[in-house]
Write a protein that binds this ligand. Sequence first.
Ligand code: SF4
Length: 425
Amino acid sequence: MARKPEIIREHNLHHSFCGLVSVGWLYQKIKDSFFLILGTHTCAHLLQNTLGVMIFARPRFAVALMEEADLSSAQPALEAQIEAIRREHHPSVIFLLSSCTPEVIKVEFEGLAQSLSRPDLPVLFVPASGLDYTFSQAEDSVLQALLPLCPVSERDTPEIVFLGSVNDTIADDFAHEAACLGLPVAGFLPSNHMRDLPAIGPNTIIAPLHPYLARVANLLQQERGATVLSSLFPLGPDGTRMFWEDLARAFGQTIDLADREAAAWERLKTHTSLLKGKRIFLASDTLMEIPLARFLQACGCEIVECSTPYVNRRFHAHELSRLEEVRLVEQPDLHHQLERIDEIKPDLVIANIMSTNPLIGHGVLAKWSMEVAFMPIHGWAGSHTLISMFTLPMQRHAQLNARGTTVMDPLWTTGLMPSQQEHSA
Ligand code: SF4
């Protein structure tokens, strides 16, 4: 394996969006779940604003509003709320997510969750405060909470559990691909329904789909004796090829997907020709920065900096080996990072939600990173969506320049708004 790059640590804090946001994709993934957040008005506003759920959509998540004074006597109120959730939504599981206030004053909600649990309706405690976790890591906390409910596998031949929440199209693509390669699959963690949680044991090969699930992967190894696949994450044609080749190797098969990878790149060539030679600065907080930098580098980009909240040297080992020449910064100092952006003047900055619009306001072409976490970007099927996330803002920026538009509309440049042409079509 190639030499690992030097990682610069600038800070001992992380600037990241709140972990509660992961509820946005997890409640949709686990279709018989309910997420109850023990939070304040701030948490309620955050969820309403970021997830933008209409009241009539009856979302399967809610915030139990708590002030400090409520926390010592939370049990009776929560019992009533859980009863109401059971009557109205008939969930198979309730996740009880803690937020900053209970964590700061050290309220112990784990025992409370256990006392609220019933055999037919488990209530699982999930630490998810924005103080400790990046928003994508809260998925890790949810999966750790689910682990005790996964049956113990006693199989004596290996089978795969794909680790990480992906939508049905991507899950079907992975299941189909595994079937074509003759690789047995036990299921996905998380599954769409609680009844389908996969059995996990010493003969399970855990295939991580996301780079932010290091803690649950470690737990699966320690508690169930499972083997965690060490490879690239299946993002982009290069990552997807290595992922499947390494996974097949874990079953004693040697396969060569070079033609498949070449065909996938060929389909993306209008995008790669746009990206070739572009100088990209990753300044975001999703924990997907390292594999995204590796993918963008394979697209022909120059990665002028890759900043990320945490680097796990073991879980990210293969990804790191591809970034030997890249400046890698863990827990960047925001002020210094903005100075570097100003100095380097990259062609595109992948930024977090806090800095994207200010950067755009200063004339920097910036892309909001969080979208990546919500989009189906994995495997062969997701490669087009993945690369479009980077080329779309560039194309729209070029269109605006061609029209002589000097005022940049942040929503256009982040790719959230249709262009004028699409608008009038
Ligand atoms: Fe609530 Fe803390 Fe998240 Fe803010 S950072 S929304 S207070 S959990």
